[in-house]
Design a protein around this ligand. Structure first.
Ligand code: PMP
Length: 350
C-alpha cells in the first residue's frame, strides 16, 4: 500500500507513561477525579449512549457563550483542544502554507502541521524559555496562514504579558489567524498575563483555545472549546470537525462542570495547584535547578543533556515525569502528597 511520504518523517507524540505503583506527573492532569455530581451526569448520559450525540454540542456551546459573555456563534466545541488545533490548521492552511509556532512548545503542533501538508516555521524560545514574539512576527511571510501562541507555554510554563502580546497582534496581518492556546489559562496567577478573550474585540483574527482536560479534570473525556472573534472561523471549525466528535458523555460532564458549585470546587483545586507550584518551584531552585516561573500546572527543569538520565532515575523512585531529550524535564504539579514524593526523589538525585 502507498502511504503519504510525510508519515515516515513525523515526530512521534509521546504520551506520558503509566507505570504500576508509580505516580504519574507526566501529562499535566488533575490529581483529583471528577466531582460526584459530574460523575452522576456522566452516568446519566451513558444511559442514553445508544443515541448519537448532539453534533455541534449546542447546549454546551450555549453555556460557554453565556459564561464568557459572547454570542454562541463564536463558540466551537471539539474533541479536546488538540482536535481544535488540528481543525484550525485544516481550516486555514493548504499544502505548503506556513504555520508559525514557538519551539519548544506543545508537541502536537509539528505533527498536525505536517499531517495537513503545511510547512512548520519553528521560532526558538528566548534564553528565558519565553515566546520570542518579535521574531515570530518577523517570520510571517505571504504564505503564513496561522500562528500558535501557547500561553502559558507547554512545556516551560512561561507566559507572555499583555503589552508584548498586543504589540505582536498588531504586527500580524488581519488575514492571518492567531490561535491563543490557553489550555492552562485557569492556572495563571500573574495579572499581567492577559485573558485572551479580552483581546477578541480588538483582533478579529484571534481564536482562543481552551480545554476541560486540565483545571476541570476531564482529560479522559476529551472536550475542549474555541472562542473566535469572527463567527466565520467558528463555522470553519465546525466544518472541519469529524461528525459526532464530542461524545454525549463528554458534553454532559463539561456542562455539569460549568455549574456554579462545580466552578467553585474547580477554583479551590486551582488555588491548591498555584500554591503547590510555588512550593515545588522554590524547593527545586533550592536544589540548584534553574526553574523558570510557571503560570501553568507544571514546572520545567532545563536539564539539557542530563534530561533522560534524570527522568529515568526519577522513575526508579516511583515518579514518572516527562523528559524532552537534551532539553529538559516537565513535572506536573499534583496533590501535596505526590509533590512531596517528587521533591524527595529530586533531593536524592541532586
Ligand atoms: N494545548 C496545549 C498547550 C496542551 O498542553 C494540551 C494538552 N497537553 C492541549 C492543547 C490539548 O489538550 P486536550 O486535547 O486534552 O484538550
Amino acid at each position: 500500500m502507498t502511504l503519504r511520504p510525510v508519515l515516515s518523517s513525523l515526530p512521534a507524540y509521546v504520551p506520558g507513561r503509566t507505570v504500576p505503583g508509580a505516580i504519574k506527573l507526566a501529562s499535566n492532569e488533575s490529581a483529583y477525579p471528577p466531582l460526584p455530581h459530574v460523575l452522576q451526569r456522566i452516568a446519566d448520559a451513558a444511559a442514553n449512549a445508544n443515541r448519537y450525540p448532539d453534533n455541534t454540542s449546542s447546549e454546551l456551546a450555549g453555556a460557554l457563550a453565556a459564561r464568557y459573555g459572547v454570542p454562541a456563534d463564536q463558540v466551537a466545541v471539539g474533541c479536546g483542544s488538540v482536535s481544535l488545533c488540528t481543525q484550525l490548521v485544516q481550516a486555514v492552511a493548504d499544502a505548503d502554507d506556513e504555520v508559525v509556532y514557538a519551539w519548544r512548545s506543545f508537541e502536537a503542533y509539528p505533527i498536525i502541521t505536517a499531517v495537513a501538508g503545511a510547512s512548520a516555521v519553528q521560532v526558538p524560545l528566548t534564553a528565558g524559555h519565553v515566546h520570542d514574539l518579535d521574531e515570530m512576527a518577523a517570520r510571517i511571510t505571504g504564505k503564513t496562514r496561522l500562528l500558535f501562541v501557547c500561553n502559558p507555554n507547554n512545556p516551560t510554563g512561561t507566559a507572555v504579558g499583555r503589552d508584548a502580546l498586543v504589540r505582536f497582534l498588531r504586527a500580524v496581518p488581519a488575514d492571518v489567524v492567531v490561535a491563543l492556546d490557553e489550555a492552562y489559562r485557569e492556572f495563571v496567577a500573574d495579572p499581567d498575563v492577559p485573558d485572551g478573550l479580552t483581546l477578541l474585540p480588538e483582533f478579529p483574527n484571534v481564536v482562543v483555545l481552551r480545554t476541560f482536560s486540565k483545571a476541570y479534570g476531564l482529560a479522559g473525556l476529551r472536550v475542549g472549546y474555541a472562542i473566535t472573534a469572527d463567527p466565520v472561523l467558528a463555522t470553519a471549525l465546525r466544518q472541519t470537525q469529524v461528525p459526532f466528535a464530542v461524545t454525549s458523555v463528554a458534553q454532559a460532564a463539561a456542562l455539569a462542570s460549568l455549574e456554579p458549585a462545580a466552578e467553585e470546587q474547580m477554583a479551590q483545586r486551582v488555588d491548591e495547584v498555584r500554591r503547590e507550584r510555588v512550593r515545588v518551584r522554590d524547593a527545586l531552585r533550592d536544589l540548584g535547578h534553574d526553574v523558570p516561573a510557571s503560570e501553568a500546572n507544571f514546572v520545567w527543569l532545563p536539564l539539557g543533556e542530563r534530561t533522560v538520565e534524570w527522568a529515568a532515575r526519577c522513575e526508579d523512585h516511583g515518579v514518572i515525569v516527562r523528559a524532552f531529550a537534551s532539553s529538559g524535564v516537565r513535572v506536573t504539579i499534583s496533590s501535596p502528597a505526590e509533590n512531596d514524593r517528587l521533591l524527595a526523589a529530586a533531593a536524592d538525585l541532586g
